[in-house]
Design a protein around this ligand. Structure first.
Ligand code: SAM
Length: 199
């Protein structure tokens, strides 16, 4: 039931979300460049982007030379990314971590999920972490909010109805419970890369 509601929300806002595709790409490129000394993505072959939305991050990762798989349950978000010529080499799939993803254990060198975790309630978030642990050989990257709040984020996240207000308090503890190690690097004023070593 929860998954259905999430799909409804993101399918509904997909056309608006799509307007930010180019600015999202620009921001993701800046983040990846900034993070090169911490984790150089060019050293890896393939990556899965979980909850890839309209595929902006997939496009940037693919341009970095990685083989990219993007998975997303909201089909209207997914179609925006799939219909871009620049994404013809990205493998997009309509699915979610609410069920086991169709890949063997440790199939990916890296996995990333950007602004997905905070929107999920605890049990679904743990499913996300467990699936990323299973699929990933080298590093799991959770790109999401840090604990610095502002009024706009508070309002948007209140409307989204996810678990933002709790997530920012517990994220460090729960990632340490799910992964071998966690390194936190702020990538923007209010966002971090939580770089986790999978089991
Ligand atoms: C805030 S959007 C972020 C989209 C994209 N990562 C970005 O940075 O633009 C969150 C996305 O996560 C997707 N999502 C929600 N629950 C998910 C799950 N359990 N597994 C995979 N994707 C999920 C939603 O459909 C939505 O597109």
């Amino acid at each position: 039931m929860k998954e259905k509601n999430d799909n409804f929300l993101f399918n509904f806002i997909a056309p608006i979300y799509g307007l930010f595709y180019n600015s999202q790409k620009k921001n993701y490129k800046i983040t990846i460049d900034k993070m090169r000394n911490e984790l150089n993505l060019n050293n890896y072959k393939n990556i899965i982007d979980i909850g890839c939305g309209t595929g902006a991050l997939c496009a940037v990762l693919n341009k970095e030379g990685l083989d990219v798989t993007g998975i997303e349950p909201a089909v209207k978000m997914l179609r925006i990314g799939m219909n871009k010529d620049e994404n013809k080499n990205v493998n997009f799939l309509e699915c979610s971590t609410c069920s086991k993803l169709p890949f063997e254990d440790k199939f990916f060198d890296l996995s990333i999920t950007s602004y997905v975790a905070h929107g999920l309630h605890k049990e679904e978030r743990y499913q996300l972490y467990n699936e990323m642990n299973r699929l990933t050989k080298d590093y799991v990257i959770i790109h999401d909010y840090n604990s610095k709040r502002n009024i706009i984020t508070n309002i948007v996240e209140w409307f989204e109805g996810g678990d933002y207000f709790n997530f920012i308090k517990v994220v460090e503890t729960e990632l340490n419970e799910h992964f071998k190690s966690v390194r936190i690097v702020n990538v923007e004023k209010r966002a971090a890369w939580y770089i986790c070593e999978p089991y």
